[in-house]
Design a binder for this molecule. Sequence first.
Ligand code: 5AD
Ligand code: SF4
Length: 478
Amino acid sequence: MHDKPAPSRTVAPETGHQAEPAAPRKKIFVKTYGCQMNVYDSARMVDVMAPTGYAEVDTPEEADIVILNTCHIREKAAEKVYSELGRLRDLKKEKSGRGESLVIGVAGCVAQAEGEEMRRRAPAVDLVLGPQTYHRLPEYIARLANGGPGIVETEFPAEDKFESLPVPDRRKTLARGATAFLTIQEGCDKFCTFCVVPYTRGSEFSRPVARILDEAKALADAGVREITLLGQNVNAYHGEDVKGGAATLGALIRDLAAVDGIEHIRYTTSHPRDMDEELIAAHAEVPELMPYLHLPVQSGSDRILEAMNRRHDAESYVRLVERIRAARPDIAMSSDFIVGFPGETDRDFEATLDLVRTVGYAQAYSFKYSPRPGTPAATEEDQLPEEVKSERLQRLQALLGEQQVAFNEACAGRIMPVLFDRRGKGERQLVGRSPWLQSVHVEDAPENLFGNIVEVEIEEGYRNSLRGRLRAAEAVVA
Ligand code: 5AD
Ligand code: SF4
């Protein structure tokens, strides 16, 4: 998964989960670090606590339970969590001085990696919860409320976490807007030598098609128009289909496109080795599938790709992009890059720049290599100095930045469908997403367009966004 800043999510105070809502008495605050999968997981932790009378709040000060949903993919993540825990320990003391209590939980990948160590270093922590067990949150909270000892749960239990979670509540989902994440696959069997994911999220697991369709229908009923299918290795998806066989991502996308109300579909993150013909064909044939693909390549050097255990070379990646573009000529490409992998020479780095020039990206994430404990690359001897990594990162980001600006500027004058999913700063300003995942700001937009897909004429492209105007009042396209 890639590490975009988690969008902030404000959810109206919710009451009970199903038919008979109980008035919320207690409050939960979940802080999300890292990737979109953590955003999804945080939402589901709130969902799973709702039937026990917990409503979500926006600050730790208001909360009875605080959960940090953590990310371990790159440097200093654990340190950040420990310093946040220091602040929470003080808050817990303050609250207990007032006769109030605070349960502190740490979930996600740092929790998985640190386990017992976390409670040793931060004794104020009551609960350490790996990503595979958050469906058991209500049970753990009940145990703690009954005066039970602190809990560390980092096993990968046999039961299916997803089966144990409620289908998203309609009203809650509504409050979350017109776009939603839907996790369809989790874990990874690829073992790239730099990456902790196979250790923190475990091996690949795909949810059955029927459950995903149920969740998509519930989301569509609640006003969601665009879903982003999530998985650490989403295109390795092989969930059980309705006939008991194994589905592919291409087939799943066709099924989802047939769900009433779902107008836009995206998926992330993909591995180049798992882009099969069926998925490429879906890009050609399914109009709901957006023309934007995040396909991480990490490096343009065959030597480094091999050392990373990426299982493909630079040329096969470039050819794959050509095939995808042949299927969907207007597709915009995005990627992740790592600079300063152990042993990376100037020549290797130049090969990465060459690949970027050849492919041409609309957007990309790039990172300095950061040794992750327990991964093979971390113990390589030829680690690079920080200055070399910084200098390469700067050069790569300059090139990617130029490509991004050029892509956005080239949108001026085009007319595109925009899904309005945020309110702007100005009175009548709405912000939406384009098919190419750009933010589009529109002035003088009536409120009733919120949550709809509308034709917008782009007037100008900037580095990180577009500005456009409505064409006609009747231009709602979905
Ligand atoms: N160092 C730097 N970047 C990393 N990523 C994953 N592990 C590391 C690491 N150890 C990046 C990869 C991946 C993205 C999610 O994070 O580019 O695609
Ligand atoms: Fe990590 Fe590689 Fe798996 Fe992606 S494919 S999650 S980078 S091991």
